[in-house]
Design a binder for this molecule. Sequence first.
Ligand code: SF4
Length: 232
Amino acid sequence: MAGPHEVLGMSRVLGIGTTEFLALYTDNGGTTLRSEADGPCVFLTASGCRVHPRRPLVCRLYPLGRMTDETGVERFGVFPAQPDCEAEAGHEGTVSSFLESQGVAPYLEWSRRYGELYRRMMGLLDRLDIQGKVDAGEGGGAAEAAPAGPGSAGSGQEPDRASHRAPDREPISSWQDIDASLAEYCAAKGSTPPREIDEAIALHLRAIGEWLDGLELQLGEVPNNPEGAREP
Ligand code: SF4
């Protein structure tokens, strides 16, 4: 699995934008890294991982796995060893010391913040009865409908299901595509998308938060936006 912040980081290692990265290297609507036909990850080479400096959280955690329940409470467990993996897992130390050694802190923080927004969005979609409309055939699946929209933050519109569709592939949600989302968001604000990765992620989270604010206002609710209280 790869979140939008991880897609951004890996795309910058390769010197390309997130739209191109998603089209070239991901499947399942941009949420999983593509594999070669015989199995290994598309970034695995004889000399190691091509995106190692910005490898995703799941790769940093291995052989640990992180699970979160619907309220965001997280637990860590140990994955069974992968048959093709040549790494040797030790049994010394603590989960905390392992996480620190792998530099996961910012990745966990971003993942928690996107997860928070995702849970907020799913609740909103239930209340807006978007799912019912999707089921009734207005187009797109839940996975497509749910993550769309941060580029139209603050517009007060329903999720627009904007996506980039490669032939014969599941559509890529605009939720995943930070460059495209921020280009649209910043154009509407008359600003320039930040070049620095952490700043771009923070602004993307803010854009999604503002978009959800608009939907909550549309429902006559008081926006509950933890991102709004954070510095961009
Ligand atoms: S660490 Fe392995 S699975 Fe993760 S991105 Fe790199 S090559 Fe792919």
